[in-house]
Design a protein around this ligand. Sequence first.
Ligand code: AMP
Length: 404
Amino acid sequence: MSFKSLGLSEALIKAVNSQGYDNPTPIQEKAIPEILAQKDVLASAQTGTGKTAGFTLPMLQLLDQNKSLRNRPIRALVLTPTRELAAQVHQNVKDYSQFLDIKSTVIFGGVNQKSQVSKIKSGIDILIATPGRLLDLNNQGLLSLAKIEILVLDEADRMLDMGFLHDLKKIMALMPKKRQNLLFSATFSKEIKRLANEFMHSPVLVEATPENSTVDAIEQKVYRVARPKKTDLIIKLISEGNWSQVLVFTRTKHGANKLVKKMSAAGISSAAIHGNKSQAARTKSLSGFKNGNIRVLVATDIASRGLDIPLLPYVVNFEIPNISEDYVHRIGRTGRAGASGLAISLVSADETTFMKSIEKLTGNKIPVEILPGFEPDPNASTEPINPQRKGRRNTGKSRPSSKK
Ligand code: AMP
């Protein structure tokens, strides 16, 4: 299957070729013709499947076909849960629209609104936004969504997890009822289906390859280890393996900061990325990581969502998530769009229950290794502990259908 046979225009095919893509990914094959046919689409696709191009390419084509609106009111809105994802989607939109007369901009909180507002005032066709800043600027009368033709909810499940449902409903009320709706989500939970029922018109369902086959493509390994020895073990693995571009997951922001300090002390350049970091600090860490100045990025689950780092070779679970689906999201950072990767988990006695429910979810038995000097503590309790004392429950079960 080629991009041309999906019905995309020459200008879009030229842009896709300039990105070095030869063929569409499965989600692109399925979603692009449906979107071009102006249907509402409910798509299950994770980051790494090529979903962004899956909605961006046909959206650009539809907007380009109807150029009647000369003063460029906002005609398409892409909502994302995080600032990083918003910035990445905008970069994709710019890349794919390079040969078209289409203007776009991105808005998110945590930075001054002035330049965002002046871009909107200058006239744009596509707006990429996080819900909070969008409502904020709307309440100040600085933008209008009255001419929206296409709405995209990207990573809708994460938006609900982050408590954006109320904001989403407010935003929908600001748009014309007659519009095309596209919803992308890693999972189809009850909440996602309910949301889709409320605002979509007979949506076509499209699914990328099932989550487990993504997992199958990634080499996975578990190191059983005593909890206090995890830091020394990760430093040993990274230094002796000469690993670079390592994404490490911790369960708490505090844990992320602590690990960065220890790694930096051991001479491994690293940075933390989480909700307590300013937007400027996050952007700086991410670009340092991408250009190779920072070897290790330590992230919490929410902060990591939507990070687009192509060909990421290593993911380390410094702590095991108690929500099994988070494991799938985490290791999905490697092996992106066909490239291979290695996912390592450091498992202490109290995390064995979590690891078992992950294996149950993915249907994979992950090979276990124990390194001399880093043996697990035979006397440690296997009772799960939860460093985040409030909020999540640590039952070792997979994600409950209610909010996380
Ligand atoms: P996404 O799932 O949208 O985050 O995309 C994941 C990665 O796949 C990004 O780095 C894209 O640039 C890349 N990508 C998207 N479409 C294709 C394609 N058809 N062929 C190869 N890589 C692609």
